[in-house]
Design a protein. Sequence first.
Lengths: 129, 129
Amino acid sequence: MDGIPEQELPYDVFAKACPSRGTLEHVTGRWGALTLGALHEGSLRFNALRRRVDGVSEKMLSQTLHALERDGLVHREAQPTNPPRVDYELTPFGHEVAERLLGLIHLVEGRMDDVLAARTRYDETRGGR
Amino acid sequence: MDGIPEQELPYDVFAKACPSRGTLEHVTGRWGALTLGALHEGSLRFNALRRRVDGVSEKMLSQTLHALERDGLVHREAQPTNPPRVDYELTPFGHEVAERLLGLIHLVEGRMDDVLAARTRYDETRGGR
DNA sequence: CAGCATCCAGCTTGATACTG
DNA sequence: CAGTATCAAGCTGGATGCTG
């Protein structure tokens, strides 16, 4: 009967305690997703990244990069020069993740007119209250 | 020279003020992603959904569903019976989004061993402090 | 069952200031 | 340039109680 063990995955985001949930949050979080998206086009230095991800604070970017580096999605390349120069780039796994993320992002961007229309409809329907 | 206008998208998540950023957050948010993932397999009633998305509170699920419904990703089907029965299901657009999301989720789940190993390495490297 | 209203602890976030 | 440290404020989210 368990001749064909049904290839059960050891990790399941739907389970509260699964560590994959944490990683998913790093990846999809407000700044995580945009950071990965930005780095998918090529490596960037700290402040360039900060400019690209419009609205992120120094602190949040730093924090986001640490989490992504820790999870093995981003590689940090520091050159001991003066002034310091640090480049951030995606690891192969980071690129895989970023690709899917960008697919999602573009899908959403491309349908924003529909989304906005849906919102208007929704708000009008229950607009009175 | 703008014979071939380069198909510029009107929406850009990287821009702070773009409404697409809000929608992306609804979609990728902690509960948004899991809710869409759960509903991709089929419609579910409120409490079934609550059980499926392990750890979500009533309030957060309700809030998440409202946001997704407003953005046109989820359809709410209420039957005026007693006791009340409400089914939630994805719209076609919701399914498209959920598909990509699940791709991302499975990618992450499938690589968790690598992620965990990367974390250990990271923590050991700067483990001292 | 399917939810809304309220309260409030605490985590997240953004400013600001400082270091190497 | 590339960050870290600190602090206040605001939003997130859970618990509880109630409605239809």
